[in-house]
Design a protein around this ligand. Structure first.
Ligand code: NDP
Length: 246
């Protein structure tokens, strides 16, 4: 049997990029998958179609992670429609970078709301539904550990916060058999960070392997954390970054 057969996963920002790759991979591993998106209903529907083509149930929910009420309601709706919840993947992220003079309070608030508050709210909501074997996995970033470019202060700050959130939630939920872990991708070829952008060669140069990741390479580590082989791993941060942080 597939490792996630009979399980239900919830992925924020699952309509494109890394989140879409995670949603499809978890479905390949046997899970029914609910995913959120902010605006692109067509892209979200296409991912649901890929999940259903694998014989699993899929559900797209419009929910802006900046709205804590929306994210909590989306978690509850997914658990209600699918009857349980086993895996939460906090993937949606705000990438607000720029010169310090142009990055102010509004960007601070938006970054913290989407990258830190939403994972906290979603984890609290998900934990109410989860049983023994539950999994909470967040997508951070390698720039939590190494920030080689100017303009990344808010983004790096928010992704570093996930390291502490992951450790604290690991303590809170370990006694219930729920693990909590963080995956820090390196440069990954998505709409947010295309491998053919003007900056891409510079970015590639910071990695040891000299290339971008495909979203599926990030999803593979998420899938391992979601499964049973990772059962004794909790509170951990795993860099999947081609050696960017070496
Ligand atoms: P993309 O821009 O390719 O995809 C973003 C996805 O998240 C879309 O499905 C989008 O939906 C959704 N989304 C964006 N904002 C919100 C929101 N406020 N509420 C709900 N859904 C939202 O991003 P990536 O796949 O590149 O990034 C995914 C995660 O990986 C982020 O947390 C990012 O910080 C992290 N990361 C990415 C790296 C990279 O190089 N790509 C490197 C390190 C970390 P819609 O289209 O409807 O807006």
């Amino acid at each position: 049997a597939r490792v996630l057969a009979g399980k239900v996963a919830f992925v924020t920002g699952g309509s494109r990029g890394i989140g879409a790759a995670v949603a499809v991979r978890l479905a390949e591993d046997g899970a029914d998958v609910a995913l959120t998106y902010r605006q692109d209903a067509e892209a979200a529907g296409a991912v649901v179609a890929r999940i259903e083509a694998l014989g699993r149930r899929g559900l797209a929910i419009r929910a802006d992670s900046a709205d804590p009420g929306a994210i909590g309601a989306a978690v509850d709706r997914a658990a209600g429609e699918f009857g349980r919840l086993d895996v939460l993947v906090n993937n949606a992220g705000a990438f607000l970078v720029g010169p310090l003079a142009e990055v102010g309070l509004a960007e601070f608030e938006q970054t913290v709301a989407v990258n830190v508050r939403a994972p906290f709210v979603a984890a609290r909501a998900a934990a109410r539904h989860m049983v023994d074997g539950g999994r909470i996995i967040s997508i951070g970033s390698n720039v939590a550990e190494r920030a080689p470019f100017p303009g990344f202060a808010l983004y790096s700050m928010s992704k570093t916060a996930l390291i502490g959130l992951t450790k604290g939630l690991g303590r809170d939920l370990g006694p219930r058999g729920i693990t909590v872990n963080l995956v820090n991708p390196g440069p990954t070829d998505t709409d947010a960070n295309p491998a053919d952008s003007p900056m891409a060669d510079t970015v590639r140069g910071f990695t040891a392997v000299g290339r971008y990741a495909e979203p599926a390479e990030i999803a593979a580590t998420v899938a391992w954390l979601a499964g049973t082989d990772s059962s004794y791993v909790t509170g951990a941060t795993i860099n999947v970054d081609g050696g960017f942080t070496i």
